[in-house]
Design a protein around this ligand. Structure first.
Ligand code: NAD
Length: 265
């Protein structure tokens, strides 16, 4: 097979099922010749991820809970046994207590869940970058997923928005630190997608409807849309790009107020 990702090996973290954004990315890069390894969180998800991985020709499917650093190290130990290097990593991991993705941020957020959300949704990317960079001997590409609730207030996104803001700042610091080694670090800021994680946010259905109606392209995005942008970020096509937050949101982020005809209706 020939393709943009021919000869590249990558780790995909965050597939829960075939609706996951990470799955859209995995399909896009595998189609272009990438060789993939996958992580899954817990045995129940493992049963879903293994056949998906196999359908893309991958038998490297490893458990990983980023709250447990030993399991993160075990992933890289497994990769070391199978591969002599690494070219890219996709970090599509996010979590917060669902009960705090509802109501006013200032009232519902606890110290415990704030810390847990930050570790899983933000700092895990840094810990993975630390380990991945050591294996990227010919440069590489690190990619994480964020959401526009990092820079603008989205109802109920709450502590996830705060964690995504920190994640986006991490992208810039990591990009600067690893740039001299030829390792790039970017994020895709995806519009709302119907996934397990997306369903955890209160009134997610209204977010889909609103962003579809008010985005320039008047459509919700798909995991294949994110896959296309990720292929660019993970391949040499984006070799001059690092530290970037790239929106794949039908253009919603550029809009200020709804169109007059909508307001008058
Ligand atoms: P998803 O539920 O399919 O994926 C989330 C993944 O995070 C799951 O695979 C889950 O197992 C993993 N995860 C959670 N806690 C973990 C832990 N402790 N250790 C290891 N893995 C853990 O949902 P998704 O929407 O595809 O989410 C992927 C990423 O995209 C997340 O960072 C999310 O915030 C981001 N994102 C989602 C949307 C959306 O609307 N769905 C929009 C923008 C960004």
């Amino acid at each position: 097979m020939t393709g943009l990702m021919q000869g590249k090996r990558g780790l995909i973290m965050g597939v829960a099922n075939d609706h996951s954004i990470a799955w859209g990315i995995a399909k896009a890069v595998a189609e272009q010749g990438a060789e993939l390894a996958f992580t899954y969180q817990g045995e129940a998800l493992g049963k879903r991820v293994a056949p998906l991985a196999q359908s893309l020709g991958s038998n490297l499917v490893v458990p990983c809970d980023v709250e447990d650093l030993a399991s993160v190290d075990a992933v890289f130990d497994t990769l070391d046994k199978a591969w002599d290097g690494l070219d890219f990593v996709v970090h599509a991991i996010g979590f917060s207590d669902k009960s705090q993705l509802k109501g006013p941020y200032v009232d519902v957020t606890t110290r415990e869940n704030f810390s847990r959300t930050m570790v899983i949704s933000c700092f895990s990317f840094t810990e993975i970058a630390q380990r991945a960079a050591k294996r990227m001997r010919n440069g590489g590409s690190l990619l994480t997923l964020t959401y526009g609730g990092s820079t603008r207030v989205m109802p109920n996104y709450n502590v996830m928005g705060v964690a995504k803001a920190a994640l986006e700042a991490s992208v810039r610091y990591i990009a600067n630190d690893l740039g001299p080694a030829g390792i790039r670090c970017n994020a895709i800021s995806a519009g709302p997608v119907r996934t397990l994680a997306g369903a955890g946010i209160a009134d997610a259905r209204l977010m889909f409807t609103y962003q579809k109606a008010h985005s320039p392209l008047r459509q919700n995005i798909t995991i294949e849309d994110v896959g296309g942008a990720a292929l660019y970020m993970l391949s040499d096509l984006s070799r001059g790009v690092t530290g970037e937050i790239h929106y794949v949101d039908s253009g919603y982020n550029i809009i200020s107020m709804p169109r007059p005809e909508v307001l008058k209706a």
